[in-house]
Design a protein around this ligand. Sequence first.
Ligand code: PMV
Length: 324
Amino acid sequence: MTSQIASARAHTNIALIKYWGKKDQQLMLPMNGSLSLTLDHFYTDTTVEFNSIYTEDTFYLDQKKIETTKITPFLDLVRQMNPQAGFARIYSSNHVPNAAGLASSASAFAALALAASTAAGLNLTRRELSRLARRGSGSATRSIYGGFVEWQPGTSDLDSYAIPIDEKVDWDIEMLAVIIDRQQKKISSRTGMQRVVTTSPYYPAWITSTNQDLSAAIQAVKEHNLQLLGQLAESNALRMHALNLSARPPFSYFEPASLVAMEIIEKLRSEGICCYYTLDAGPNVKVICSKAESPQIIRALSTAFTPEQIVEAFPGPGVKLIEC
Ligand code: PMV
């Protein structure tokens, strides 16, 4: 192999039923299944070039050279599949409005999985790509597909992958991201989730109830039942954050402004508007609602947040190859 190059685009996803804990840290096997919505607004473009003249991997993110500590072990998995693939140069750009501090590892590793495997001459199926992306970041497993996606936890590397539930979402659902903090997380998701697995007395109850939430949420997607999906998502997110409060030592991702956004959504709901929130390993609040009612919700959020802090996103597509 001399030089081989490929570029891919992947969109981020937000979990409605969360993954929060691994049963195998090396293979990245989750404790439970999860369900997400891939979003159109936030994506990563990545180009990978394997070249026999390179003597090490090099990684540029938004034109800045970055350490390859997370990238090289991931590329090693691709090199195991094609030992002729040598070192690589990787160029990534994150298209997240104003560096919004939203999860970018999902789109990053999904784009890297497709670009790197294609540049290495491998023609992986979407299922194989999902398994590969999983090794970079759990949530990346789901960003291979568009729309609503389930990650089936599996019991080994072979059967832990995502499947599409509703790829071409043709019903009225959107997400509003309320950007509260653009900083790095205080506690990484890796550290946070392992702490709850090992120290929260509530962890077994989380697994049982999340498995029930997952079946009910998949049914709600199939029935286009926004209200039920929203109720399940909000309650599941709060249970995830309750695990964090019940860990030793306890921790929380909430900021005062997160609670302000949550209260606005709860008040709107008491006035009859169908809207629900979810939060991941950070303070930003994502609101699940319909396109029909989003103008009212944006107006209410605007009493506490600037227009730049409120970003509207719709269901987005799965990973695809793009022009280099
Ligand atoms: O993708 P990771 O390993 O950083 O974990 C992300 C975990 C959550 O975003 C909090 C939940 C999820 O299912 O995406």
